[in-house]
Design a protein around this ligand. Structure first.
Ligand SMILES: Cc1cc2nc3c(=O)[nH]c(=O)nc-3n(C[C@H](O)[C@H](O)[C@H](O)COP(=O)(O)O)c2cc1C
Length: 223
């Protein structure tokens, strides 16, 4: 089983989010899964320029690291999104990646995969950032198994640290279990189903222009 972790802190794995992510990965690895960390700090992911080329060809027109990240997302069994809280949302590095995934979202190309979320903050509002990342995973067609977020008490330290780390490891183990047993999340599945209807309708409406996505949905519907 292959788990991909994407960390969007400018401090990479050396920051607070990286510290909490380490514990989630420890849980995943304890179950025997293979992990890979992609740090957006060292990767080049430019903002989307709304050229719509990805909808037409299936490949982004910007020549940077996005396509290789996309291929890794498509190839993994599960993924972890880890971001610091920046003004009640994800960091700009993570948002740039989310926007670049617009073509994947139109195709709901990560359907059947599972994801977990990791977030840290200076002072709170952890839940709303976790929820936002979960919603993003759902728009790709993936189920979220849950998230862990916490304010910090200093550099790479947290309140009730031992309890937090135990929960983080448990989240990692649960990600592994969800993938193994193909666990169902009826509430998310109902959102995914509605969103799927919306995306296939959008692609149908744009079928003259968006050739790649038209063919993608045609194949998907015939399976
Ligand atoms: C640009 C910026 C914006 C931030 N916005 C918030 C915020 O809105 N709320 C909050 O609680 N903390 C905020 N913080 C604090 C970070 O979320 C916090 O320090 C986090 O743990 C940093 O994680 P990292 O070390 O992995 O980068 C902000 C920090 C920066 C640099």
């Amino acid at each position: 089983m292959k788990i991909l972790a994407i960390i969007a802190s400018p401090r990479g794995m050396q920051g607070n989010t990286g510290r909490l992510l380490e514990e989630v990965l420890a849980g995943v690895e304890a179950c025997g899964a293979e992990t890979e960390i992609l740090s957006l700090r060292t990767l080049n992911v430019q903002p989307c320029v709304a050229c719509d080329v990805c909808h037409v060809t299936g490949v982004c027109n910007i020549k940077d690291d996005y396509e290789s990240i996309k291929e890794k997302l498509i190839a993994c069994d599960g993924f972890i999104l880890a971001s610091p809280n920046y003004i009640f949302s994800v960091s700009a590095q993570m948002k740039a990646l989310f926007d670049r995934c617009n073509g994947l979202i139109h195709c709901m190309a990560l359907k059947g995969k599972y994801a977990a979320m990791v977030e840290t903050s200076g002072g709170g509002e952890d839940e709303e950032v976790l929820k936002y990342m979960e919603r993003f995973a759902n728009t790709l067609g993936a189920n979220s198994v849950g998230g862990i977020g916490s304010p910090v008490t200093g550099i790479r330290t947290f309140p009730d640290e031992m309890d937090l780390y135990a929960k983080a490891q448990e989240l990692g183990m649960d990600l592994y279990r969800c993938i193994s047993e193909k666990r169902k999340f009826p509430e998310q599945d109902s959102f995914i189903c509605g969103f799927s209807f919306r995306m296939s309708g959008l692609v149908d409406f744009m079928q003259e222009c968006w050739a790649f996505e038209r063919e993608y949905w045609k194949k998907k519907k015939s399976v």
